[in-house]
Write a protein that binds this ligand. Structure first.
Ligand SMILES: [Zn+2]
Length: 724
């Protein structure tokens, strides 16, 4: 699917990029321009680190810019991100540009050696645009148009909006391509985050029809792939194909899944138009975009970041916790915040095959709008900063410098309060920046060590949302609970998407593989054959890529690899199904909620059996030897404690190890560079914890020797390097 999509998008000339990378160092150095961190051949001086803050000169009196810049420099910041919501000031009327104010802001910042990341402003168009071009608004899933006055209310397909977005971004790029101090670009802002996740307007319908024509080639192929004979939906012209708006009955599952794919494609191609322009106009600058990542699944982020220089994410643990309290029926417990944040970081790192990522917005204080989170407890912002680095971040920008005194985000608190006094987090953030500079580029650009991988598949997420089977079944909740179960093992986990090379891992976890392509099935087969351990659960291989049911006994394409046949599949609504484990997985009996696949082994060993009702005694968990590896099928939706025990036991049997044990509430990660290794210890609890070390280390944050039993203060952090 994604291969076909990427073939359709505009492509860059890799030759030009390589030419630049190989030849530009001398030119850039001679011109006195700071070399962007993404292009560096290896570890660099501390001056190239991205440790900054999000700044809004457009919202701050010009009389304060000099003082702000001086204070940022004294604070230790190396860079800012600016202008991503300043379209109205930069283009006050169509085709009339005013960049004088932005030049003055950039010059002021650069005077204090603060580098600048510029944001293109397409997330919030100005009022003149909306009056002249009212058709650019997004239409939500009920068929209602959104209205101007907020942000992210425009259609990703609309050619007029694309043209106007490209015009302002191009004007910015031409204006600042050679301006000293400018080092890179953020395209748009949080493309994944809107009040309604997808657009259903007439332009999107036409765009969808064009995309389908390219994807399927013929109507005959499309009609067969979707099974449109059902409910008399056979299309005789592409222009007849609707979008999945309310229609008195559920849409065709194939159409609905393709519409989610199309909306993702539309956003990626919207971004790519600006990217192609920026590559051409500003070849010396890096280009990225920022997102909030999981649990939002509106855009396939692997496609979105494919051609960008590095991944950038926004990270608000306290705000996320407040949202969980607000959504009382959320399947995610607030207790699991540290693991959920870690999942986001691991996903960010894995999107570009392990390349270090950047936090473009890090929570610095009370965060939110109508409701906001409390001030993070003392030590938490520093802890969150180090947690990002522990999982592979190379840089952090804090949101934001001063707190707005007007507008919808007055309560997103910054490093300065509304009255410009220092926020409660001021000194702590200053300390964290100093510590990251002290760690230096080698640590910040090191790789993350992971023997295990967890698969996240957008097709499965979208298809399960369209037909959950049990209304309470959520793909995202399954992924987060599996990650949470493994997180407690303190072993490195990459969060990979289908198509990733599995050979690098000892064990691969893949919950609810509802849609399974032949290519992905072949990769899994080859991984197990070669000696890997593959662990999956219910609903495996149910659907083809076009969202038709497979015509073979489940689990379809992987029946021989798993060594089982699914005799029946059972959504669970009331009494939970019990599970008794075999000696191989010895432990207390478990319970299954939501779902049970009843397994019939054809060669697989039974590791657990159901204990209730008509399926009592039938297989619930199986393990099959296939080639040199093992394939494990967990048929039921196991309770959290049993799932954690089972996954960790399987990981241990696959040879996954951690450097040493740590108590509950403490996180441990490992980053590596060559033969060097750094262990991050992060205490997510408010009380001191003790950790027993197995060898002698140096804490790089304090330069103190560490051995034997050490104490980690509440919300404390240590970065340990083995003493030589
Ligand atoms: Zn639209």
């Amino acid at each position: 699917m994604s291969r076909r999509i990427s073939e359709r998008r505009p492509t860059l000339s890799p030759l030009n990029r390589r030419q630049f990378l190989s030849g530009a160092a001398a030119v850039v150095g001679a011109a006195g321009i700071r070399y962007p961190i993404w292009a560096l051949p290896g570890p660099s001086s501390a001056g190239n680190l991205l440790l900054g803050v999000d700044y809004y000169p457009d919202q701050t009196p010009e009389s304060l810019w000099d003082e702000d810049s001086r204070m940022m420099a004294e604070f230790g910041f190396t860079n800012v991100r600016i202008a991503e919501f300043a379209w109205g000031l930069m283009e006050p009327a169509e085709g009339k540009f005013d960049f004088a104010w932005l030049h003055r802001a950039v010059e002021t910042l650069h005077k204090y050696n603060i580098s600048i990341i510029l944001g293109t402003p397409s997330a919030a168009p100005p009022p003149w645009l909306m009056v002249k071009y009212p058709d650019v608004v997004e239409v939500n899933e009920k068929g209602e148009p959104l209205h101007p006055g907020g942000r992210r209310f425009t259609c990703p397909t609309n050619q007029v909006y694309r043209r106007l977005s490209l015009i302002i971004a191009s004007a910015m790029a031409r204006e600042f391509a050679e301006t000293p101090g400018v080092i890179g670009w953020q395209i748009d802002n949080e493309l994944t985050l809107g009040s309604s996740p997808r657009c259903y307007c007439n332009f999107c319908q036409a765009g969808f029809q064009t995309w389908l024509r390219s994807r399927y080639g013929s109507l005959d192929n499309l009609n067969k792939s979707w099974g449109t004979v059902f409910w008399s939906q056979t299309y005789t012209d592409f222009s007849q194909i609707p979008v999945p708006l309310p229609s008195g009955g559920d849409p065709n599952p194939g159409l609905a899944l393709d519409y989610d794919r199309y909306q993702s494609y539309a956003n990626v191609s919207f971004q790519d138009e600006q990217l192609v322009m920026l590559r051409k106009t500003c070849p010396r600058h890096f280009v990225t975009t920022n997102n909030v990542g999981l649990p939002l699944d509106t855009i396939d982020l692997r496609s979105l970041y494919e051609k960008l220089d590095f991944v950038a994410f926004d990270n608000y643990p306290g705000f996320f916790e407040m949202l969980l309290h607000q959504e009382s029926n959320s399947p995610i417990s607030p207790d699991t915040i540290p693991a959920n944040i870690a999942l986001g970081h691991d996903f960010a790192r894995s999107l570009k095959g392990g390349k270090p990522f950047m936090i473009m917005e890090e929570q610095s204080g009370k965060a939110g709008q109508r409701s906001f989170s409390p001030q993070p407890e003392k030590g938490q912002v520093r802890l969150w900063t180090h947690q990002a680095v522990a999982h592979g971040a190379m840089g952090v920008n804090y949101f934001r410098w001063d707190t707005a005194t007007f507008g919808a985000e007055e309560y997103w608190h910054g490093i300065l309060n509304h009255d410009r006094s220092r926020s409660p987090g001021y000194n702590e953030i200053k300390q964290a920046v100093k510590e990251l500079k002290g760690l230096g580029p080698e640590v910040l650009n090191s790789s993350y060590a992971a023997d295990a991988a967890l698969v996240f598949d957008y097709d499965c997420s979208w298809a399960v949302k369209i037909q959950p089977g049990n209304f309470a079944l959520s793909y995202m909740a399954q992924v987060t609970s599996w990650y949470g179960a493994m997180s407690a093992s303190h072993t490195g986990i990459d969060v990979i998407t289908p198509g990733a090379d599995l050979a690098a891992y000892k064990i691969v976890f893949a919950p609810v593989v509802y849609v399974l392509s032949e290519a992905q099935a072949a990769r899994i087969r080859s991984f197990v054959q070669g000696g890997g351990m593959f662990v999956t659960n219910f609903r495996l291989g149910v659907k083809t890529e076009t969202s038709q049911m497979v015509r073979t006994p489940l689990p379809g394409l992987l029946r021989d690899v798993m060594g089982v046949t699914v005799a029946d599949y059972v959504p669970i609504y009331s009494a939970k199904q019990g599970v008794k484990f075999s000696p191989t997985l010895a432990g207390a009996d478990g319970q299954c909620g939501l779902w049970a696949d009843i397994l019939q082994p054809s060669g697989a060993e039974v590791l657990g059996s159901y204990t209730n009702g008509e399926h009592a005694g039938e297989a619930a968990v199986t393990m099959n030897s296939f080639g040199k590896g093992k394939a494990i099928y967990i048929g039921g939706d196991l309770d959290a404690a049993s799932l954690s025990r089972v996954l960790r036991a399987l990981a241990a049997s696959a040879g996954v190890k951690r450097p040493f044990d740590v108590p509950a509430g403490v996180e441990l990660t490992v980053r590596k560079s060559g033969d060097k290794q750094w262990i991050f210890l992060l205490n997510h609890t408010s009380v001191a914890q003790t950790v027993g070390l197995t060898t002698a280390f140096t804490d790089l944050l304090t330069k103190e020797a560490q051995s034997g039993t050490i104490e980690l203060s509440g919300y404390g952090v240590k970065v340990l390097q083995a003493s030589v």
